[in-house]
Design a binder for this molecule. Structure first.
Ligand SMILES: [Ca+2]
Length: 295
């Protein structure tokens, strides 16, 4: 009896200590850790997961999370799937007003068909109702970093396993596990096959808009995008000490120019290699970054 009471006390204590999801939290992978994203085998994780310190969407100094499946079998690491259990992606997403999960994603060597999954767990940490986003987001291999938005209203989900009879809304109010998986079918599990999927800035967003950190009147714009010869930029009129910088996907700066007191700027890109670039506008008012594709 005493042992049971002690266990119960420990269980309650540890439950209270579990991190809870918070609106606008971000996993940016700048601290060199997996930030609770696992594949189910800590030893395999050491070889299948890497945490490069450079080469995220912002180039040099932007760390990210990279997972390559073993591509075969049924064990941990074989399927295109990572999960966070009993950590910062647990708790009540609805009460926090979180309506979307946003992240930067890159696929190497094969396309990924991304879905988000959420589950309520029982006291043994087993999932008892599992929901998965009905509409996947397909990331084409080799297309560079893409910012994706997963709406997570209850109606965005399909219940794929249900041993406790919960609704999607009930799961979202008591999440114990969140997962990111690639599967062309609606499934709680990832698909087999050799794939590398990479993540950055996994964000618990309270808005569905695709670019929340820039306001309309202070936003710069790029046209055309993609472009073959000219990159035209419209700059907000309120900026001072403005510098335009362009980086390639490896974080190498390929262009830089001070453009004070200009509302438009044009860069000749006809000699640039095809691919994805990041255009950064730095000024006294702050920094904005957008992706640009050279065809
Ligand atoms: Ca990062």
């Amino acid at each position: 009896m005493k042992t049971k009471l002690l266990l119960l006390t420990l269980l309650l204590f540890s439950t209270a200590m579990i991190a809870q999801v918070t609106a606008n939290q971000v996993d940016d992978f700048e601290d060199g850790t997996r930030q609770s994203w696992e594949i189910g085998n800590p030893v395999l994780a050491e070889s299948l997961i890497s945490l490069p310190a450079d080469g995220g969407p912002d180039g040099a100094g932007d760390g990210y999370y990279s997972f390559t499946t073993t591509g075969a079998g049924n064990g941990a690491g074989s399927k295109c799937l990572v999960y966070s259990r009993g950590a910062q992606w647990s708790g009540d997403f609805l009460a926090q007003g979180i309506v979307a999960i946003k992240m930067d994603v890159r696929a190497l060597n094969d396309d990924v068909t991304l879905r988000l999954g959420f589950a309520e767990l029982d006291s043994f940490q087993f999932p008892i109702t599992q929901i998965v986003t009905t509409n996947p987001v397909v990331i084409t291999a080799g297309s560079g970093w893409q910012q994706v938005t997963f709406p997570i209203q209850p109606s965005d989900f399909t219940i794929v396993e249900n041993s406790s009879g919960l609704t999607a809304a009930q799961v979202l109010a008591s999440v114990g596990e969140m997962r990111i998986l690639s599967n062309t079918s609606l499934s709680w599990f990832g698909e087999n096959g050799l794939r590398t999927m990479e993540f950055n800035d996994i964000t618990a967003s309270t808005t569905l808009s695709t670019n929340e950190n820039v306001q309309d009147t202070t936003e710069f714009s790029i046209s055309p995008n993609p472009a073959t010869t000219r990159l035209n930029m419209n700059l907000p009129s309120n900026l001072s000490n403005t510098t335009i910088s362009v980086f390639d996907v490896l974080g190498k700066r390929v262009y830089s120019k001070e453009v004070d007191a200009l509302s438009t700027a044009t860069v000749n890109v006809s000699n640039w290699n095809s691919g994805v670039y990041l255009v950064r506008i730095s000024s006294d008012e702050g920094t904005q970054t957008k992706r640009f594709v050279k065809q």
